[in-house]
Design a protein around this ligand. Structure first.
Ligand SMILES: [Zn+2]
Length: 164
């Protein structure tokens, strides 16, 4: 998978590696979905925004269980992960009308995982030419919207699919 260049991610990755807590388990334990950027809670997995997005709408799907090894995922966890991927593609498609998506996992630190102890699936909306149209100012990528705006846009769409 080829990602956009995001030089500022190096600092984030260093920070993530040094953290003892798991950002996914912390987000799951949080009682405040908005501040934890949690968009959807499934039975076995949940969806949250990436705080350092490559593009607007960059989100992640992770199991509720703290698990590094994807091969140890139970069938019901794997099946729901795929179901939530399809849900995320539908919601992001409706909200952003992207031209395409990158989706995938970095398994293990050598493969580029910022948080290697808890596997997670990235879902990244892409637009033709997006690596060119987002200007770099002072080394910082300028996004069309901030994280709160993204959350406000996506949460109601996920709420519509919430199982009662
Ligand atoms: Zn965890």
């Amino acid at each position: 998978m080829r990602y956009l260049t995001a030089p500022w991610r190096a600092a984030y990755v260093r920070k993530a590696l040094s953290m003892e807590n798991c950002i996914f388990c912390d987000a799951l334990r949080s009682g405040d979905d908005r501040s934890a950027a949690v968009l959807y809670r499934g039975r076995r997995n949940f969806i949250l925004l990436n705080r350092y997005p490559y593009t607007p709408g960059h989100l992640m799907i992770a199991p509720r269980r703290h698990l590094a090894d994807l091969t140890k995922a139970r069938p019901d966890e794997g099946a729901e992960l795929f179901e939530l991927l399809r849900l995320a593609l539908r919601v992001l498609g409706a909200a952003y009308k992207p031209h395409g998506f990158n989706t995938g996992m970095n398994l293990g630190r050598s493969a580029g995982a910022g948080v290697a102890g808890h596997y997670h699936l990235h879902v990244i909306p892409r637009w033709t030419g997006d690596s060119n149209f987002m200007p770099l100012v002072g080394g910082t990528r300028v996004f069309i919207e901030d994280l709160d705006q993204t959350y406000e846009r996506l949460r109601p769409l996920f709420d519509r699919h919430r199982k009662v």
